[in-house]
Structures are given as structure tokens and as C-alpha cells.
Design a protein around this ligand. Structure first.
Ligand code: CO
Length: 150
């Protein structure tokens, strides 16, 4: 009887350990939308280094994707945003990310048409300030924000 009880107790402990181990992998969700006025709904995000974030990005507008598509691109610290965006304007086939600047992207959601969503899950990088932009031609000067990592 006693032995049986201790086996049950041991099994219970193992179960608990498994539950606790699974919990930290859940990402914090950040919902961002872009509209026909070239505005992001969120222009500042604060996070902790090493945290898992899931960005769900929605194009809330109604204009056609070819005229008013939006993406969400988080860039490495120190990236020349102007150079990145200028070179990426012609890179329609790669979600307006110029292949030569691919290495400057931490995470991104590709170009979304009206009422479409995409998402990306990533690990928050080291403390610092990171820019995010929409690289659809002509948008990056207005459609931008920052991720501040503490
Ligand atoms: Co845009």
C-alpha cells in the first residue's frame, strides 16, 4: 500500500515537471496592423532580451496589395535603414527585402494584402533599440517603429 502510494507520488512529480517545462515556450503575442494611411497601429514595443515574441501583423486596409501592401521587418541594430529600404524597393519577389540585405533582418512578416495577416515568432535580441519598418515602396519614412529591449 505504502509502496503503491509512493509510486503514484513519484509519477505525479514527473507529470508536474513536464508541465512546468512546457510553459516558458509560450510566446507573448503583439498584434500590429497597418492601414491605407500608411500607419502602423503600434510604433513602440518594449521587451526583455531572450523573451519569445510572436508578432501578428494584419493589413487592415482595403486598397489592393499592389498599391498599398504592407510588411513588417525588424532590423538589426546599426542597420542603415535608408539604404535597406532604398535597395529593397525593387525587390518585389522577395517581399521587398533586397537579397543583399537579408542578413540585416531579425524577423519579418511578408507583404500582406487587404484584410490579410501573417505572423512571426522570434527570440528577442540583446538589450538595445531596434527599428522596424514597412519596406513597401515609399512607406518606410512613415511606417516605422522601434523595439526597445531591456
Ligand atoms: Co506599408
Amino acid at each position: 500500500q505504502l509502496l503503491f502510494a509512493s509510486i503514484l507520488a513519484a509519477a505525479g512529480t514527473v507529470g508536474l515537471v513536464k508541465l512546468h517545462a512546457a510553459a516558458p515556450s509560450a510566446a507573448r503575442v503583439i498584434e500590429i496592423s497597418g492601414n491605407d494611411q500608411m500607419q502602423y497601429s503600434v510604433t513602440a514595443i518594449t521587451a526583455k532580451a531572450g523573451e519569445s515574441l510572436k508578432v501578428v501583423f494584419t493589413n487592415a486596409g482595403t486598397l489592393p496589395k499592389e498599391a498599398m501592401g504592407h510588411n513588417w521587418i525588424l532590423l538589426k541594430a546599426g542597420t542603415d535603414v535608408m539604404a535597406f529600404a532604398t535597395d529593397s524597393m525593387m525587390a518585389k519577389d522577395t517581399d521587398y527585402i533586397a537579397p543583399k540585405h537579408k542578413d540585416k533582418v531579425i524577423a519579418f512578416v511578408g507583404v500582406q494584402g487587404p484584410k490579410k495577416s501573417g505572423e512571426v515568432t522570434f527570440t528577442v535580441p540583446a538589450p538595445g533599440v531596434y527599428a522596424y519598418i514597412c519596406s513597401f515602396p515609399g512607406h518606410f519614412m512613415i511606417m516605422k517603429g522601434t523595439l526597445t529591449v531591456k
